[in-house]
Design a binder for this molecule. Structure first.
Ligand SMILES: Cc1cc2nc3c(=O)[nH]c(=O)nc-3n(C[C@H](O)[C@H](O)[C@H](O)COP(=O)(O)OP(=O)(O)OC[C@H]3O[C@@H](n4cnc5c(N)ncnc54)[C@H](O)[C@@H]3O)c2cc1C
Length: 502
């Protein structure tokens, strides 16, 4: 083999996955990670015996019913015995004692929708039919499309094409447009919010997620993000990989239009035959590579496509249990006194993750709660850099207001809060270097779904980009998949037979 040594930038899910699959195929890999621990956005932190999770709400491919599960198996990422499948995806408390639940079971969901919007029977049935149809369709993820053989293409054509054709129409309608079709005021005004989606997204994204929930393949792994990433990191180390923490890559070294290594912020240089960036896309293109390898497609993305926003996460450790509440991934409620977040965001509802389903997240008899609020990246970064005292005071104020609204909802919360913590868009940027503090890269829309970026750059050899900035929608599955795909592509280029280990 001519190419042997690979440098990977970033120890998020994409970087770790690439490292595992390349190690399985005899490459010698080394990861450089800016932070002091692995995971990137897939993270959590511990405070006074409580764990505050910053990522996994649901994990696609949590059961063997999907191909994606094979990737989690190969990465030793999850233990099937420790997956929680919730009865409800999102539960929302409405006015006058009413509520709306997005059940994970499709039949129950249909019943709930019909109960709340009988006038929309036809549209609801069409929606439910699409979910049921999607259940039959397992997206092929074990190979990148450019490596599909004739056999794969024929299989796809005969087995899945009829479904693809039918689902095609659901790819061309945004969730916002779909919402407008409802006659019932509840769904016509709130469909996006009740189903926890962005209105620009294609309705297919929601339909596919709900199909996975129905077949119990979008569960929550006990231990959350910390344990999930720890398992993959251990897998990587056991395969012989090496991680350098607190090592920010500043430049990619190039000679004769080939990537030859990296220079760190310490000035140290490291050399390799190949470089993979699994780090933030904007920083990779515009800083590490000094804008030199950007074509029209890439520029178009960074100029015009929308990114997932940045967030403010408030986490609480509460000395009590929350019994008798619905078994939901997220519990939404509204309140009359709005909370000012920043110059672009004021909220009058919150979505809580109440971890009464994971005993590892809090000491016995106690509960961890998290909530994620959309926040303006520029505001919070400027505030942190210009006035640290006000930044701290604002975090404190928002935490107090959030606790107050939760207290008003359940009673007996304020007096029981033992610890709380607030992460802002500045925290996201500082810990993961993600552009504009985005929590998941590009929002998939009907305009960009067929415009996936390439993993290579024009004019640069021996260099690849993977992770959430290369594929709209991001998420953990993208990272896991990209690691496998890039190893397959590199093996093919080096004329090696790709193999995996269990
Ligand atoms: C609140 C929240 C909830 C989420 N919920 C879910 C969920 O339920 N299910 C799901 O599938 N996904 C979820 N996601 C999305 C998911 O976490 C991300 O899409 C995914 O983790 C991105 O992985 P990545 O490896 O592509 O990028 P990242 O996680 O950003 O990893 C990139 C890594 O590169 C490092 N890095 C950056 N720049 C440099 C540099 N210059 N030098 C060295 N290292 C560098 C970073 O520190 C980081 O470790 C959620 C995210 C958030 C924030």
């Amino acid at each position: 083999m001519s190419r042997k040594k690979v440098i990977i930038i970033g120890a998020g899910i994409a970087g770790l996955s690439a490292g595992c699959y390349l190690q399985m195929n005899g490459y010698e890999t080394e990861i450089f990670e800016l932070h002091g621990s692995p995971g990137g956005l897939c993270t959590g932190w511990r405070r006074q015996g409580y764990t505050f999770d910053g990522c996994i709400h649901w994990l696609c491919g949590s059961s063997p019913k999907n191909e994606l599960h094979t990737i989690w198996e190969e990465l030793h990422a999850i233990d099937e015995k420790n997956i929680v499948n919730h009865e409800i995806f999102i539960h929302t408390e409405l006015e006058k004692g009413k509520s709306f639940s997005v059940y994970t079971n499709v039949d129950k969901l249909q019943e709930e929708m019909l109960k709340n919007a009988p006038e929309d029977k036809e549209l609801i049935e069409e929606f439910i039919d699409a979910i049921n149809l999607c259940k039959k369709f397992d997206i092929p993820v074990l190979k990148p499309q450019n490596l599909f053989t004739l056999f794969h293409n024929m299989k796809f054509l005969f087995k899945d094409f009829p479904l693809v054709k039918l689902l095609n129409k659901w790819m061309k309608v945004s969730i916002g447009e779909f919402q407008k079709k409802f006659k019932s005021p509840l769904l016509n005004k709130n469909f996006c919010k009740l189903f926890g989606m962005y209105e620009e997204m294609p309705i297919l994204a929601l339909v596919y997620t709900l199909a996975l929930f129905d077949i119990n393949s979008a569960g929550y792994p006990i231990g959350g993000s910390i344990e999930f990433i720890k398992s993959i990191k251990n897998r990587y180390l056991s395969l012989g990989g090496k991680i350098n923490y607190n090592s920010k890559v500043e430049k990619i070294l190039i000679s004769n239009n080939s990537a030859k290594g990296v220079r760190l912020n310490s000035g140290k240089e490291a050399y390799s035959d190949l470089v993979i960036s699994a780090a933030d896309g904007h920083y990779t293109l515009y800083n590490m590579l000094d804008d030199k390898f950007i074509d029209e497609d890439i520029e178009g993305y960074y100029k015009s496509f929308k990114t997932f926003p940045s967030l403010l996460q408030v986490s609480l450790g509460v000395d009590r249990l929350f019994k008798g509440i619905p078994d939901a991934v997220t519990y939404n409620f509204n309140f009359s006194a709005p909370i000012y977040i920043d110059n672009k965001n004021t909220i009058s509802s919150l979505g809580l993750v109440i971890y009464n389903f994971d005993p590892t997240m809090a000491p016995k008899g106690k509960t961890s709660i998290t909530t994620f609020i959309e926040a303006d990246y520029n505001y919070w970064t400027e505030l942190r850099n210009s006035d640290l005292e006000k930044y701290k005071a604002e975090k404190e104020r928002i935490a107090e207001e959030v606790i107050d609204r939760i207290d008003k909802l359940f009673g007996e919360v304020k007096s029981k809060v033992e610890v709380y913590d607030v992460a802002t868009p500045y925290t996201y940027k500082n810990h993961t270097n993600n552009w504009k503090g985005s929590f998941e890269g590009w929002i998939p829309t009907i305009d960009n779904l067929d415009k996936t970026l390439k993993k290579t750059l024009p004019g640069l050899k021996d260099f690849y980009m993977i992770g959430q900035w290369v594929q709209p929608g991001g998420g953990l599955p993208t990272g896991g998949m990209h690691g496998r795909h890039i190893a397959q592509q590199i093996c093919k280029e080096d004329r090696r037979r790709f193999k995996t280990l269990r």
